[in-house]
Write a protein that binds this ligand. Sequence first.
Ligand SMILES: Nc1ncnc2c1ncn2[C@@H]1O[C@H](COP(=O)(O)OP(=O)(O)OP(=O)(O)O)[C@@H](O)[C@H]1O
Ligand SMILES: [Mg+2]
Length: 243
Amino acid sequence: MGNKGNVVEARGLTVVRGTTTALGGVDLDVPSHQIVGLLGPSGSGKTTLMRSIVGVQRTTAGSMTVLGRPAGHPELRRVVGYTTQAASVYADLTVTENLRYFAALLGAHASDIERALVAVDMAGLAGRTVGTLSGGERSRVSLAAALLGDPQLLVLDEPTVGLDPVLRRDLWDLFARLRNDGVSLLVSSHVMDEAARCDRLVLLREGQVLADATLPELLERTGTSEAGEAFLALIEARGEEGR
Ligand SMILES: Nc1ncnc2c1ncn2[C@@H]1O[C@H](COP(=O)(O)OP(=O)(O)OP(=O)(O)O)[C@@H](O)[C@H]1O
Ligand SMILES: [Mg+2]
């Protein structure tokens, strides 16, 4: 467990990708047992930050501690679940075969597969070849893979993209249940209306943290009534400061 009950602690995290400073000195705390929403426009650094947390991103400077260990530590593999922005499952295997494969990698028990499939409402499609599934179904298979084993932290990169409103609601209900069961979640999105389902929000822009607060705090600070407006107000305020 991280200090002060944080499952993720980044300090001064800097990542240069190609010629772009994807993250420019990010400080981030993800408190345990919360859903933290990572919001920001395309290219703001959400995926880069998540890759750093799961230890697959080369960092230029700063530190990243996950569950009290340096990011990428082998012992974190079983306790951190990650879904990439594009569903990362094998198209030529069935849903169950995919999950069997990932369960074997993690040393998770085969009985876990059924639980994970039920959680993402995919038990009825267990025998289907993944290549024949819709985009939303495929991303739910990825999510099921991340739920295998006993993850304490879930890092989910835009898990609701391309899903209809009913499925999006069902997934956010699932995230809330997982949180209530003691899992910590970092969920990226650029759909601002999903902000209301998060316990805290981190707003990223151009590789910088613009705000790290609860939604009510953010609305109060900016005198706005929803997350999208608050975000715009923060960007404008930042612009005035710079002048
Ligand atoms: N492999 C790469 N090489 C060079 N630059 C990259 C690479 N991957 C990302 N970048 C740049 O790093 C910055 C942050 O990208 P990142 O993918 O983290 O953004 P994002 O917030 O996840 O965007 P999106 O909402 O589109 O997924 C962008 O400017 C992007 O162009
Ligand atoms: Mg991304």
